[in-house]
Design a binder for this molecule. Structure first.
Ligand code: E4P
Length: 218
């Protein structure tokens, strides 16, 4: 499973990328707002840090304007992936952009039928929002399982990009289901490494090593 980092914070992206943990980046209008940066400027900087796809979201809601915005965003760098909302206009733009050779990410997916539509529109990625589904009292990971089954039934090539991840458990279940990508907030990505038994074991090994009086590297 690929890891995308769900942020427009270039310091976080740089640090996680240096660890070899970043296969791509996703942004959205809320993350651009949080960054306090100009969308073109910050997206260009992110595209220069990571080799993988960087999703940049259109703000228009109507097809013609979406296509104009997609042209501007697509010009930022070769690794831009155009992010479009799961509406009829968004699906139409997805089809046009996919046919023109762009990578596309259809976002704000909350049902299996919506994911089916995105696959039929040729989306490179579908972004089901698991955390927001959990928020209304249903299980977001059930949605991932449903989409996995439908895509496998028909051999759709659209990749399932699990979004709105809120916990390390979301990442584990996404991997168990066989999702293609998880887009993960930086703090959750760092939390994946944590285990108290690792810390306890390491402390014991270091204490014993100290007692040997040895020095490996001299
Ligand atoms: C990423 O592509 C999504 O926009 C993001 O994961 C949404 O996360 P949120 O529900 O925490 O805002």
């Amino acid at each position: 499973m690929k890891f995308f980092v769900d942020t427009a914070d270039v310091d976080d992206i740089r640090e996680l990328n240096a660890l070899g943990l970043v296969d791509g980046v996703t942004t959205n209008p809320s993350l651009i707002l949080k960054s306090g940066r100009d969308i073109i400027e910050v997206t260009k900087e992110i595209c220069g840090i990571v080799d993988g796809p960087v999703s940049a979201e259109v703000a228009a809601t109507e097809y013609d304007q979406m296509m104009k915005e997609a042209a501007v965003l697509g010009d930022i760098a070769d690794n831009i992936c155009i992010k479009l909302p799961l509406t009829l206009d968004g699906l139409k733009a997805c089809k046009s952009l996919t046919d023109a050779g762009h990578k596309t990410n259809v976002t704000l997916c909350f049902s299996a039928n919506q994911a089916l539509l995105a696959a039929k529109a040729g989306a490179t990625y579908i972004s089901p929002f698991v955390g927001r589904v959990d928020d209304i009292g249903t299980d977001g990971m059930d949605l991932i399982q449903e989409i996995r089954t439908i895509y496998d039934n028909y051999d759709f090539k659209t990749e399932i990009l699990v979004a709105s991840i809120r916990s390390v458990s979301h990442v584990k279940i996404a991997a168990l289901i066989g999702a293609d990508v998880s887009t993960i907030p930086p703090s959750t990505l760092r939390a994946l490494v944590k285990h108290p038994l690792t810390d306890k074991g390491l402390a014991a090994f270091l204490a014993d090593w100290e007692k040997t009086g040895q020095d490996i590297a001299g």
